[in-house]
Every structure is written in C-alpha cells, then in structure tokens.
Design a protein around this ligand. Structure first.
Ligand code: NI
Length: 168
C-alpha cells in the first residue's frame, strides 16, 4: 500500500522512533509499504517516521532507474564506525523542492536486522554511506536541513513558509 509521505514542517518528523523488538509480519508489511511508497515517489530512501510510523526501520535503493532494483532493508540500524568527510547535495521526500549540500562521513559501517531478524553489516561509501546517515537521522527526528548553517536554514525556512502561504 502506498502511504502518504509527511512533509516539513509536520511535527511527526521531529519525533524519535523506537527500536523494533521483534521482526514480525507487521514489520515486514510496513517494509513492503515503505518500498511501494519510495518507488512510487520516486526516491532513493525512506524511513518509517516519514509515513508517521515511529519504528526504527529504513529502506534504501540507490540503484537508479537503469539498473534492477536493489532494496536494502535495515531494521534498528546503527552506525558502528564512521570516517572521512563528504559534502554532497541531498534532497528528501519530506522536504520537496529543496536540495542543499550537507557534511557527512564519507564511509560508514552499519549494523542492522534484516527482514528475517538476522544481523547484517554493510560497509558503505559514496551515495550509500550518505543515504544510511540521512535515513538513520530520520529515526532520531533529524532532517537534512537541520544540518545546515543558521543562515542557510533561515533561508530555507523562509522559502518553505512562502511556499505554504502560496498553497493556501
Ligand atoms: Ni529524507
């Protein structure tokens, strides 16, 4: 089922998500919905709180249109190692029509549970490393715009307010 993706400044996006205790069928159903919603958007990643479900579940697919899908499902993901620096442009399905450069780690090692509840480890770099950091941030109520400098964030907020007024 395609779910509605919440957008800034919806307060649900600021809430911290709780760990999944056991990977049950309802979690697998949630992942299915997240995948349908992400591919429909389309986007390269989605976190459960973006559809209003505050559980620590993220999905990522950076394979792009030309390649076969390669869905990464990470339940209770944690970054166990991070190094290097990246500064690349990011966007977010919850922050439409806006993109900005964000400082991130260049390489991360992520541990998480998969759909069977087994522990998985990913050594990620490049776009995948950034996607993991971006999606895990969502689980802590953090959006990529929260990483911007005060000046840039204020410009973004002004733009968002203006867009909201125009919609009214
Ligand atoms: Ni996002």
């Amino acid at each position: 089922m395609i779910r509605t993706i919440l957008t800034y400044p919806n307060p649900e996006l600021k809430k911290k998500s709780t760990p999944v205790a056991v990977v049950t069928d309802s979690v697998r159903e949630l992942v299915q919905d997240l995948a349908e919603s992400m591919y429909n958007a389309p986007g390269v990643g989605l976190a459960a709180p973006q559809v209003g479900i505050h559980q620590r579940v993220i999905i990522i697919d950076i394979s792009g249109k030309s390649e076969p899908p390669n869905l990464i499902v990470a339940i209770n993901p944690t970054i166990v190692h991070a190094e290097g620096e990246a500064y690349d442009e990011e966007g977010c399905l919850s922050v439409p029509n806006y993109a900005a450069n964000v400082r991130r780690y260049a390489r991360v090692i992520v541990k998480a549970l998969d759909l069977e509840g087994a522990e998985r480890t990913w050594e990620a770099e490049g776009l995948l490393a950034i996607a993991f950091q971006h999606e895990i941030d969502h689980l802590d109520g953090v959006l990529f715009v929260d990483h911007l400098s005060t000046l840039k964030r204020e410009l973004f907020q002004r733009k968002a307010r203006k867009a909201a007024e125009e919609k009214r």
